[in-house]
Ligand binder design. Structure first.
Ligand SMILES: [Zn+2]
Length: 200
């Protein structure tokens, strides 16, 4: 079994960053606003959030989950060289017909507002129901990484592969797929954080 993880839109202008008053923080913070989250069963969503947060924690980036749209004032902030991000993710029950049949998500780096769409029915259909929460966590982490990297690219290995194979699904059922080294480098560049680790 092999699935396209996602489709990428055109890269538009860089993310808008507004100065905002905030205190010192040891690690970059990404606030992820989930919209239409009731599409996903509560327990599955909780597990998925844990998986995605764990993947980013391994790279020294903290995810904070929010429900619903961000307020205008929260849309982006930058504090003392540590760029904090605010991302909007929408869960769609179905995908538009223009997307390949096996794409599970859609991301548009650089777009204001909702920049990630997750096609939840396709995540459910991609593998066994037992794996759905873990797979959803990986799809979330994959798409969030696209937005943070800000470029339309995939990696040969790990979380950011364009296609996950049966062995990738097997691996993620046991432990999270790692970031490839080039993804760590791109995240590091994004946050200007030389101390970010590969999280393996
Ligand atoms: Zn992708």
């Amino acid at each position: 079994m092999r699935n396209i993880v996602c489709m990428l839109g055109f890269v538009l202008a860089g993310m808008e960053v507004h100065a905002q008053e905030c205190g010192p923080r040891a690690e970059p913070l990404v606030r992820v606003h989930l919209e239409n989250f009731m599409t996903v069963p509560t327990a599955a969503l909780a597990r998925a959030k844990g998986v995605a947060a764990g993947i980013f924690a391994g790279a020294g980036v903290r995810l904070e989950w929010k429900e619903g749209e961000p307020r205008k004032s929260q849309q982006a902030a930058s504090c003392a060289g540590l760029a904090d991000e605010v991302l909007e993710v929408q869960f769609d029950e179905t995908a538009a017909t223009r997307f390949p049949r096996d794409a599970m998500a859609y991301a548009v780096p650089g777009k204001a507002g909702i920049c990630i769409h997750i096609f939840y029915n396709r995540v459910v259909a991609a593998h066994s129901r037992d794996l759905t929460p873990v797979l959803l966590g990986h799809v979330l982490a994959h798409e969030i990484t696209h937005i943070l990297e800000g470029v339309a690219r995939h990696s040969e290995d790990g979380l950011m592969k364009a296609h996950w194979s049966s062995s990738d699904y097997m691996e993620m059922s046991q432990h999270s797929l790692p970031f490839a080294e080039e993804d760590v480098q791109l995240l590091r560049a994004h946050f200007h954080r030389p101390a970010l680790s590969a999280g393996r």
